[in-house]
Write a new protein. Sequence first.
Length: 248
Amino acid sequence: MQDRSKAPRRLPSVPRHGVARVISKMGLGSRTQAAHWVSEGRVRVNGRVVRDAEFPVRQSLDRIEIDGRESRSAERLVLMLNKPRGVLTTAEDEQGRATVYGCFADAGLPWLAPVGRLDKASEGLLLFSNDPVWSARITNPESGPPKTYHVQIDRLPDAALLADLGGGVLCEGERLRASSARCLRSGDKNAWLEIVLGEGRNRHIRRLLEAFDVAVLRLVRVAIGTLLLGELAKGGWRMLTPTEIGSL
């Protein structure tokens, strides 16, 4: 009878992914940046120069070098920015318009990517991280924290409007709704609402309000989960603490 205790163990298979994708997952740069490094001949896999961004590698087994230095997964970093109105959430703009990266361009920071987005006209709390796996969990509507916004609208809301925002509307094939909506304060002709979203779609709040003939005058994200924008100055930024990162 065969002694199974002495049978060789099969090692678990490690999936292979394109080298540019793996470099990005390690938090060393965006996939676009990594693809440029590969095409420039700056990347070696197991001592061999590769020039194909889709060259298959095993992250935990193959040795990846960039500019002759062995690369290891970077320490997770998360930065919070008070995004000013009028700047784009992108690394660069073909028309030369201001982007969020101008807020910390001279700080000598490693590569960081936006965690979600705020459109050009919106402002407030925006996160950046070098860990795309963590970022995906934060932006996932099932696992990510809720986002809270203060929104100035061009009319005085009534109970019916607030109920409609919570009930939602079908817009271009997407169900848009607020997890909660309440009036913060009102003046003679306009008011500020607090709107909480459990998921964020493209221009979610603007499209939701437009469906009820309500225009947005200002839109400020003030919280992500328990993380508050607080008194951070417009255009100001700071690194999150490990406790703050864990709370998200």
